[in-house]
Design a protein around this ligand. Structure first.
Ligand code: IPM
Ligand code: MG
Length: 370
């Protein structure tokens, strides 16, 4: 014990606190059983932060996030905040954290567990063994581009504006992350943009190709229009290994990829900044699913995406691959044993609550570590 690894936990809104409660139990298990201890701080982000402080995230929480070795986030948002001014909406808290910590590389793995092959809406042979990684640019593009806004025109109509903008360094740094990760996988990268209609897409394609030719000639690089990529993902997803794409296309393609695996409730993510002199990166880990207000508070949410996000934190921020493997194997075994939360329920399986799923994963950890 006594390590000084620091974690900031931001459960957020909706099902966030429920799924993060299970992460907390697994963290405690690692402290007790594996002597992997963390200094944990908690904070508010999203609608709950707005209720308490009138903003979606306070400067203090942003500072805590800057100083933590890793941030674990649940989810933000809910219908009760839909009519707030845009600058106060829960999502602004998450977007500010991504931007202020400069977390430009968002890793979204989509892995189909064998036990869940039939939970996918696609045919089993299309998804069996699926293991792809979407690398989404996270701090640029139309999410942050200026000018932006809604204006009233003299003729009484209105005009809404957002700007899709990328610079070459922004493209280069995320492309490098994708190539490096592909080097540790099957060595294939597909870059997705809309170079047929957008100048920013032409730049994207050219810069990705340049990084490839200069530094990663051994990686197999292909380029695809993002709409075609969306289609190919449901037609033959196993043709892909790493997909690198911009902020908005990455948002959409990663939801689509999530569903290939059976449920949005299964997909973790890591958002990473640039490596400092010691190789350390600022990092935020969160499930890809949102706050799911329709089931919040019912105790039925799937905690697996959050637990897999914690496993990613162990792997990428703390270099604890064996411990990350342990969580992933425990989850795999529990799914093989037939337990299912509502989102991945199949006939003949046993439907369980968030807490029972978390407890089953911990008993499996006990067995694996025995
Ligand atoms: C995601 C979410 C966010 C996004 C929202 C909550 C701001 O959809 O992380 O994919 O659009 O990036
Ligand atoms: Mg999204």
């Amino acid at each position: 014990m006594g390590s000084n690894k620091s974690l900031l936990m931001l459960p957020g809104d909706g099902i966030g606190p429920e799924v993060m409660g299970q992460v907390r139990c697994v963290i405690d298990w690692f402290g007790d059983r594996r002597s992997v201890g963390f200094d944990i701080k908690e904070g508010l982000v999203g609608g709950c932060a707005y209720e308490a402080h009138g903003v979606a995230v306070t400067d203090e929480v942003v500072d805590d996030a800057m100083n933590a070795d890793a941030v674990l986030l649940g989810a933000v948002g809910g219908p009760q905040w839909d009519n707030l001014d845009f600058s106060l909406k829960p999502e602004r808290g998450l977007l500010r954290l991504r931007k202020d910590l400069d977390l430009f590389a968002n890793l979204r793995p989509a892995i189909c567990f064998d036990a869940l092959v039939d939970a996918s809406s696609l045919k089993p042979e299309v998804v069996r063994g699926l293991d792809i990684l979407i690398v989404r640019e996270l701090t640029g593009g139309v999410y942050f581009g200026e000018p932006r806004g809604i204006e009233n025109l003299p003729d009484g109509t209105r005009r809404g504006v957002n700007t899709q903008v990328y610079t070459s360094p922004e493209i280069e740094r995320v492309a490098k992350v994708a190539f490096e990760l592909a080097g540790k996988r099957s060595g294939k990268v597909c870059s997705a943009e809309k170079a047929n209609v957008m100048e920013s897409g032409i730049l994207w394609r050219e810069e990705v190709q340049k990084v490839h030719d200069a530094e990663f000639p051994n990686i197999e690089l292909s380029h695809m229009y993002a709409d075609n990529c969306a289609m190919q993902l449901v037609r033959a997803p196993k043709q892909f290994d790493v997909i690198v794409t911009d902020n908005l296309f990455g948002d959409m393609l990663s939801d689509e990829a999530a569903m290939l695996t059976g449920s949005l409730g299964m997909l973790p993510s890591a958002s990473l900044g640039a490596a400092d002199a010691t190789g350390r990166r600022k990092a935020l880990y969160e499930p890809v699913h949102g706050s799911a207000p329709d089931i919040a508070g019912e105790g039925v949410a799937n905690p697996i995406a959050s637990l897999l996000s914690f496993a990613m934190a162990l792997r990428y921020s703390f270099d604890l691959s064996d411990d990350a493997d342990l969580i992933e194997n425990a989850i795999k075994n529990v799914l093989e044993g037939g337990l299912r939360t509502a989102d991945i329920m199949q006939t003949g399986k046993t439907r369980v609550s968030t807490i029972v799923m978390g407890e089953a994963i911990i008993s499996e950890l006990d067995k694996l570590a025995a």
